[in-house]
Design a protein. Structure first.
Length: 302
């Protein structure tokens, strides 16, 4: 019998993930607030629903990909008597995979509520960007009980290439905020180095190749070059559209700061990265891909 999946959240990452589950042979019913997002997955053969309640009919697996903690908590726990949340209405045994990047404390709170209703829930945030989502090569950082993680493998493998069990509920989110803090730091560093080279007469493509093969090599240079005209298929080649938004990176850096405060950890570069992304967002770049941070560094004083 084909497993039916309700997929909630069809943004730049969630849409391609839902399509890959459909291509893997699962019966996916997807839902999103925007008609454009629904139309994109429908064009790939995915069944779409108008509401989450409609998508959940007959589903034994629920996968969510939402922007922030408040959206995840609102979806599953509700926000009052008028909205009791999905957990109150899901049959026992339903498997829930939340792929959003949220606060570890929120992931633990929702997972505990799910467990109390005999529901299986894991947090499984992803890394790999929109290209990885489309190609089905995402990395999943998973938190939850070992048996729940094992049961989710067929669904995760349809969307990703690397699956890491980081620990109990919330551990996937801790791993993700650590990863994204480092991503922001090396993206800023790569943008800074490229801008310095260009301002001193170097070809950014040549400089990128030199650094990729040297001690400065990193993922931003190899897979997501922030300098326009250097790498095809990345947001920098399309005016920084269609990627991982600056405001989403700013949100993740805020989560890193919250985790640092809770654990007494020093993250001086993470804090600086957050300040730079906050300034970039305040300048009107919130909806642009996070690699557009290079524009902030390219500005020269009068």
């Amino acid at each position: 019998m084909t497993v039916k999946i309700a997929f909630i959240g069809l943004g730049n990452m969630g849409g391609p993930m839902a399509v890959n589950l459909h291509k893997a042979g699962f019966a996916v019913t997807a839902v999103d607030l925007t008609a454009e997002a629904r139309a994109k997955v429908a064009a790939e053969g995915v069944r779409v629903a108008a509401t989450a309640a409609e998508a959940l009919v007959g589903a034994s697996v629920v996968i969510s990909m939402l922007p922030a903690s408040r959206h995840v908590e609102g979806l599953y726990l509700g926000d009052g008597a008028a909205n009791t949340g999905l957990l109150a209405n899901l049959p026992a045994g339903t498997r829930i995979i939340d792929c959003s990047t949220i606060a570890p404390a929120t992931a633990r709170k929702v997972a505990a509520a799910a467990q109390s209703r005999r529901l299986s829930m894991i947090d499984a945030p992803v890394s790999g960007g929109t290209a990885g989502a489309a190609a089905g090569t995402l990395t999943f950082m998973v938190g939850g009980a070992a048996e729940c993680v094992a049961a989710a493998q067929p669904f995760l493998q349809a969307m990703g290439k690397n699956i890491f069990h980081a620990g109990n509920s919330g551990a996937g989110q801790v791993a993700k905020v650590c990863n994204n803090m480092l991503l922001a730091i090396h993206m800023i560093g790569s943008a800074e180095a490229l801008t310095l080279g260009v301002n001193n007469g170097l070809d950014p493509a040549v400089l990128s190749e030199i650094m990729k093969q040297s001690s400065g090599g990193n993922w931003s240079l190899e897979k997501y070059n922030p300098m326009p005209g250097v790498m095809a298929g990345v947001p920098a080649s399309r005016d920084y559209s269609g990627g991982f938004g600056t405001d989403l990176m700013l949100k993740d850096l805020g989560l890193a700061e919250e985790a640092a405060l809770a654990s007494g950890s020093a993250i001086p570069l993470g804090g600086l990265a957050r300040n730079l992304y906050a300034a970039h967002s305040a300048g009107g770049a919130g909806a642009l891909d996070f690699s557009s941070i290079i524009r902030l560094l390219q500005k020269k004083p009068a």
